[in-house]
Design a protein around this ligand. Sequence first.
Ligand SMILES: [Zn+2]
Length: 231
Amino acid sequence: MSAGDFLRGLLSLFFPERCPFCDGISVGGEPCESCEQSGLPPGEVRQLPVPLRFGSCRCVTSYLYEGRVREAILRFKFRGRRDYAPALGRALAETLRRSAGLRGAYLVPVPVSKRRLRERGYNQALLLAKEAARELGIPCRELLEKTVDNRAQHELQRSDRLLNARNVYRVKKGNAIPGAAILIDDVVTTGNTLAECVKTLREAGLEVRCCAALASKGLRRPRGVEKTGKP
Ligand SMILES: [Zn+2]
């Protein structure tokens, strides 16, 4: 046993690793048996609303944003649970392995503003991208930065999200690199944020292969749930 293994073993006695979906103790932080068997809602493929002149782009997701998946992402994103990143990143890597060509590809996380980074202490999309890239053996590059501190998309109505996401990203200087980018985010709702990132990269002459997010919400209503109008 190496010193690193010993230390990790010791640490896990005091801070046992947790299943991200129920926060129960789980070896290696993997999704536990109960969560696996409960049938985590599988993700989907959708087209992003990229302006026509910038071509089309699809987004693949690992899960639907419901139930345990939603709770896991809320803890990961807003309650400081960075320790979920390896397990969630592996799930995203598995989705990419199944549904995207990876030859010559590298992962690019959707950036957050400097203010958001200070508040939260980390960019959840970067953590996911790093873990997924390590799992897939491809590079992760932080090519984009957010230049405008706009309101968080989840705070806005669907109709306001398109304008809110427009022209808020730019490619960092000196980043002309070969290969094709796969953009990574945690949750996709309207797809406006990812579409804007695709546009920004393609405008700068970079190739974008597709996008991937851990979960998607909003477009497909869960079966059996009808939209209820107010009386
Ligand atoms: Zn679990």
